[in-house]
Structure formats: structure tokens, C-alpha cells
Design a protein. Sequence first.
Length: 310
Amino acid sequence: MRRNNTMTILMIRPIRFGYNSQTAGNNAFQRRPEQNAAAIQQQALHEFDAIVGKLRQHDIDVMVVQDSPEPHTPDSIFPNNWVSFHGDGSMVLYPMFAENRRLERKRAVISAIKSRFSVQQEIDLSTNEIDGRFLEGTGSFVLDRENRVAYACRSPRTDEALLRDVCRRLGYTPIVFDAADSGGTAIYHTNVMMCVADRYVVLNEGAISIADRKRVADTLTASGKTIVTISHEQMTSFAGNMLQVENNRGKHYLVMSSQAFGSLWPKQVNLLESFNPIIHSPLDTIERNGGGSARCMMAEVYLPLMVEHG
């Protein structure tokens, strides 16, 4: 049973997952499909169920909500972009770049959360979509919840003014920087290059602009984090798209895809495992067609429980 001060993971089980042409323009991680839609959905469902099973085997509290066929939301498997949940009872809804991703804010998902957790404040930023201003949740920024710091790289999907507004409302200090991939393209989501854990951070330092690099590193080290540096190539294999999770007994794990794990050097694996065990699972179909990986599939729920279970 989940303790009231630990983490629940919200995951959306896909029903019509597939390549989303509306996001491909500024998501360099997506690849055009090589299979038909039915095959992609079937394989994505297999990958989804497998990683949920592994998380639950380690006593991690996973709340799975089945997606609905209509409206069609090909990226619904990535809920961390449109919603975030916080220990003070806040639920934040975010403005999404792609029009069909805005449809992911389904009442059934929110109702499922509210049936189990106490939402004491709703912050709805989604109306900013009308003005072409976007902030895609914990994809756009990476939270250090303990030290109340939000790290974010600027991109078409990350409006700096909106970031500063949500940080003010939630009590975080924003650390904003520029970052680009090896081809010079702005990185679309901070969480593909950076994972902040309790005692360490996995970071593609080389992606950060030279003007911003020292400031970001100094903030991380000042908060007591060991920096585990990854390369551009490892980032392309989703080695930055990881999430540290906590199980019902308070034990930490680092969750990633098998592609990400396979890209790591032995010394990186040894260092990460000195902090916590690693859980990895194959997500090749989801990564290739969706341009996101393990971290994107998990929305952390820190809301107070509706009823305290003894």
C-alpha cells in the first residue's frame, strides 16, 4: 500500500498510439513509421505492459488509466507533458504545442486522479495555447523537488515567462538556459537531456550553451548533486530521459529504456548503481514513433491521498 508521503506513478495505457506528424517538426527524436498503425499499436502496448509489470514487481505504485479511442490522441502515453501533481495538493494543466496533444486533457484521467487523491488547487495554464505560448510540463522543465529548483532549456515548447509564472506559484527557482543537439537544433524538451535525482543528476553538459554551462553546473553542485555526464550520442539513445522513482517502502530506483541502458558506459552504470538500482525495459517502438521514452511515460503523483490507509 502506498504511504501518504511517497510517490505514485500515473501512466496512460495506449489504445491508438502512433507517429504524430504534428509534433515531428521540432522533435528530432521521432522517426517516420516503418510499420502499419495496427502493428505499431500492438507493439507499443506490449512495451507499455512490460514496463508497468517491472515497476510493480519492485513495489512501485503505478496507477494505470486506459486511454479512450476518441478523441484520437496518439501521444497519450506521455502524460507528464500536460499535467503535474504536487505535494501541496496542486494540479497544474499545461499548454501544449500540438493541437492533437491538447485533447489528452481528458476528464476521465483527471476524475481517476481525484477519486484517489486530494486536489486542493488547480492551476490551468492551457488557455495560453490561444496566444501560441506553450509550456509542456515536466518535459519542458525538470524539477529538483527537494531543493525547489526548476531547470529548463528554451525551445518553441517552453515559454520562459510561463515557466517563471508557474515557478512563482509553486515556490520554485527557475534556472533557464539554452541547449542544442549536435546539429545545433534547440532541444525540444529538457527531460531528454537531464534527469535530476536525489543525490545525482544525469546531464548532457555538452548540449548546454557555453554561456550558461557553468551557471547550471554550479547550481547543481551547490545542491549536493553528483553530475553524471552523458554524450550527445547517448542522449539520442534517450539516456537523459530517465526518472528516479520511489517504491512503497521508500527505496529508490532509476527507470530508463533498454536502449538508454545499453548506451551507457560501464563506469556510468557503476556510478548510477552506487546510488540506486536500475530498472530498464525495451521501449523501441514507443521511442522511435513517439520521440519520447521512459521518463515521458510517467507522471509523478505527490498529491495527498483522499483517504489515509493504515
